[in-house]
Design a binder for this molecule. Structure first.
Ligand code: PBG
Ligand code: ZN
Length: 328
């Protein structure tokens, strides 16, 4: 056959495939989520997320050492308090679970480990919603003032970055101001800018005991049908001073990662959430898919779409895959 264009010329062997590869991965963009619960000597497996655990702060070093062995030096912390109440007091308490876990990690590792704290109320409120209730509704503006307190208390405990995940309006601006007023001008905000009301959070809510006691989160998290609105949310957060913009979940929203890539010069993060992890683990355990291969391919899709940063329960395994050359 006569053909000028034969794309297979560039696929003939691993060396040439490596040369023309468009997507390069780095473990430096990976953040590993860790769940902390109040108590002592706890490392409890999370049923809905095989391979993931809830730790007490005194055993933080087990979780962190394992990360460091794989080259992961960034973590995002979630807390499960003993006591919950209407206003999520333990979320902003000086000795709250996330504040204590942050202190424990920072004391032991200093600048060796970068600690991001998730800013939200749902793990701490008795009703499981991400803010302050007025009747059956989450009140936006009073919630923002609580989120500001949470962020400041986390920064005071040593957090390197805060990541609001509540989806209230104006919270990035509020948190920026509150951090600045308290001397934390240099603490960046990674905003969960386009966070969808997603079924993919199911396993996380089991892990964190944060399912809403009534209703759902559709009055604050986004409608999965809305891509333009996701861009609007992201642009608002950028104007309010966000340093990093996040799209969440990842796999089902790759189109929005890509679109945001064209619209912002900020770094883009994506959160490959608990449901994505649980599906891959379950199908792998059932022998239905090649778990490792699917993990690698899914990760590549997020980077190809435009994500600079990936928050993932597979962070350690992905770092290994990058080192082996199976990703990037
Ligand atoms: C708290 C929060 C959630 C997740 C991250 N922060 C749960 C939710 O919004 O219900 C989900 C993470 C995951 O599913 O892995 N608002
Ligand atoms: Zn929440």
């Amino acid at each position: 056959m006569e053909m000028k264009n034969r794309p297979r010329r560039l696929r003939q062997n691993p060396i040439i495939r490596g040369m023309v590869r468009e997507t390069r991965a780095s473990k430096d963009g990976l953040i590993y989520p860790i769940f902390f619960e109040e108590g002592e000597n706890i490392k409890a497996p999370i049923d809905s997320m095989p391979g993931q655990f809830r730790f007490s702060p005194d055993r933080a070093s087990e979780a962190i050492d394992e990360c460091l062995e794989h080259g992961i030096d960034k973590v995002i912390l979630f807390g499960i308090p003993k006591e919950k109440d209407e206003v999520g007091t333990q979320a902003w308490h000086e000795h709250g679970i996330v504040q204590e876990a942050t202190r424990a990690i920072k004391k032991a590792y200093g600048d060796q480990v970068y600690v991001v704290c998730d800013v939200c109320m749902c793990e701490y409120t008795s009703h499981g919603h991400c803010g302050i209730l007025h009747g059956q509704e989450v009140d936006n503006d009073s919630t923002v003032s609580y989120l500001e307190r949470i962020a400041v208390s986390q920064a005071a405990a040593g957090a390197d970055m805060v990541a609001p995940s509540d989806m209230m309006d104006g919270r990035v601006g509020g948190i920026r101001q509150a951090l600045d007023d308290n001397g934390f001008q240099n603490i960046p905000i990674m905003s969960y800018a386009a966070k969808f009301a997603s079924y993919y959070y199911g396993p996380f809510r089991d892990a964190a005991g944060s399912a809403p006691a009534f209703g759902d989160r559709r009055a604050y998290q986004m409608d999965p049908h809305n891509g333009r609105e996701a861009m609007k949310e992201a642009m608002l957060d950028e104007e309010e001073g966000a340093d990093i913009l996040m799209v969440k979940p990842a796999i089902a929203y790759l189109d929005l990662i890509r679109e945001l890539r064209y619209r912002t010069d900020l770094p883009i993060a994506t959160y490959s959430v608990s449901g994505e992890y649980a599906m891959i683990k379950a199908a792998g355990a059932a022998g239905l898919i090649d778990e490792y291969g699917i993990m690698c391919e899914s990760t590549v899709s997020m980077i190809r779409a435009g994500a600079d940063i990936i928050i993932t329960y597979f962070a350690k395994e992905i770092a290994d895959a990058i080192r082996k050359g199976d990703i990037g």
